[in-house]
Design a protein around this ligand. Structure first.
Ligand code: UN1
Length: 525
């Protein structure tokens, strides 16, 4: 098993980048990954490399790309099938590791691993399709065709909130389409990354086709520039913040590349006056507070019709007050923040709460501790990075908190008078990832779908809940229009090539030698 020394009773596993199937040689910067529900527990000791580590990984992927591209699609599928089966066999262990390293409640961790299996299942058969077209020519004795060609070496940079599902959305189709990959996971999930990478390395991929680069953000930025300059990267996939996405887009753009960017969101959930309120409350609770509000599809603002606003707020507050929060190995709505750095950023975002807002949802705002306790907390809050759930009501469209991603357990609630105002509140922040509407009126659902800027719309369901075969992606500040999952992601990891084949035996010139039908277009009735 490359990459990991034995995990003895007291020693956390030591993990390193895996390049060409071997642990990287260079000494790096030590990083201790801690369980965010119990900061004393060290999950892994990682050696984070510098820009040269990323560059070397990209050079290795680039050197392996011709051979992998020449491997037939159905043969590449066998490796994807193996990844799915190995993940399935290790489902509980992987889910337990996710819960330990980022504090995701175990039930959700199992769901996340299942998403990887679903993604593999979908793409296994795609290796036998990767269909092109046969297209009629303007001329006789000539046939046109289209083919999908792999792009080359892909660098996949992912966040830690979905540490295996979201990476699989890129890695699996990229490999299936015949690209080689370098995966740069979030540096605060090295144990999960090491485990997931070792699964790929046992799936029968030739050497150099899959590489893991454990490096931080600064080394990634420098290493990416360097690798692009040396023509070692043909495609970048990135899931993370809109700010970092913009800098990656800038670097790629200078090298005439269009990356796949999946960025932040301020996802709206509109509640119409004809909605089933209990359903809307249940959906808001899971959308807003699942994964501690740290999904890119988390609910930003509930936008509620004035006639039911007070009733909704009262029921939503009661639901949040009654929710179980704490130990992620127990049955809780949410556990800790992913990592201390997310706790710090979230606390800063609470400064956006203004004097005209009302705050409810918990006995306190900010960190949960023995000094600022939460009734019914599951476990010992002082051991980890736990935050109170917060509902901020009385939010207006112009408020900063209505327009910035907060990435934590806080939900804004705003009131609307008419549908136009609801749409304005849903779109004005400029993000456009996911959205939801609760209504029993089909006309409202369809009008919302037409007018909301989001790439994803739910009717009577949560703002989150992607499925492996439906396009995932956003507009505006949420991305650059790329889509993941299903057949749509194939356009990220392949390029269309057209072929025209003339068997007339003499040169036929398009447009010039094309026959005409001789219509009489002067004809009138
Ligand atoms: C993300 O937060 O980057 O549907 C992706 C969902 C999740 C994926 C979120 N399965 O919200």
């Amino acid at each position: 098993m490359p990459g990991t020394s034995a995990n003895t009773d007291n020693a956390a596993p030591r993990v390193r980048s895996l390049i060409g199937g071997r642990a990287a040689e260079q000494d790096g910067q030590a990083y201790l990954s801690r369980n965010p529900a119990n900061l004393e527990e060290i999950v892994a000791a990682a050696e984070l490399g510098g820009p040269e580590t990323l560059h070397e990984a990209c050079a290795t992927a680039a050197a392996a790309k011709d051979r992998w591209a020449a491997t037939p699609g159905p043969v590449r599928s066998q490796a994807i099938k193996a990844i799915g089966r190995i993940v399935e066999r290790n489902k509980e262990d992987l889910a337990r590791l996710i819960t330990r390293e980022i504090g995701k409640p175990y039930g959700e961790s199992l769901g996340e691993v299942q998403e990887v299996i679903d993604t593999c299942d979908f793409f296994v058969s795609e290796g036998r399709r990767l269909y092109g077209h046969t297209v009629p020519s303007e001329m006789p004795d000539k046939q046109l065709f289209t083919f999908r060609k792999p792009v080359g070496a892909a660098l996949i940079i992912t966040a830690g909130n979905f540490p295996v599902a979201v990476p699989s959305w890129y890695l699996v189709p990229a490999l299936l389409c015949g690209n080689t990959v370098v995966w740069k996971p979030a540096e605060y999930t090295p144990a999960i990354a090491d485990a997931f990478a070792r699964i790929f390395l046992h799936a029968g991929l030739p050497e150099g086709v899959f590489n893991l680069a454990l490096v931080d953000g600064a080394a990634t930025a420098a290493g990416l520039e360097w690798a692009l300059r040396d023509n070692l990267v043909d495609k970048v996939g990135f899931t993370g913040s809109s700010e970092v996405g913009a800098t990656i887009g800038e670097s790629c753009g200078r090298h005439l590349q269009s990356p796949c960017l999946e960025l932040g969101g301020k996802n709206p959930l509109v509640v119409m006056d004809d909605a089933d309120l209990d359903l809307a409350v249940e959906g808001s609770l899971f959308s807003g507070f699942g994964t501690s509000g740290q999904r890119c599809t988390s609910l930003g603002s509930a936008i509620v019709h004035h006639a039911i606003y007070d009733q909704f707020l009262e029921r939503f507050t009661a639901a949040v007050e009654g929710a179980a929060i704490g130990d992620p190995t127990a049955d809780v709505l949410y556990g800790p923040m992913l990592n201390e750095r997310f706790g710090d950023a979230f606390l800063k975002s609470l400064d956006l709460i203004q004097a005209h807002h009302q705050v409810s949802g918990s006995s306190d705002v900010g960190r949960i501790s023995s000094a600022t306790p939460r009734r019914g907390f599951v476990g010992d809050p002082d051991r980890g990075v736990f935050m109170h759930p917060t509902i901020v009501s009385g939010v207006r469209g112009e408020d900063d908190i209505a327009n910035r991603e907060t990435f934590g357990p806080v939900v804004c609630v705003a009131k609307f008078e008419d549908f136009d105002e609801a749409i304005d509140l849903a779109n004005r922040h400029g993000y456009g990832l996911s959205s939801a509407i609760y209504t029993n009126n089909p006309a409202s659902a369809f009008h919302f779908r037409e007018r909301v800027s989001a790439g994803m719309v739910s009717v009577n369901n949560s703002t989150s809940g992607a499925e492996a075969h439906l396009p995932f992606g956003g507009n505006g500040k949420s991305g650059n229009g790329s889509r993941q999952s299903g057949v749509w992601v194939l356009d990220q990891f392949t390029r269309w090539q057209s072929l025209n084949w003339d068997f007339a035996g003499h040169l036929q010139k398009a447009q010039m030698d094309t026959a005409e039908v001789g219509a009489d277009t002067e004809f009138t009735l």
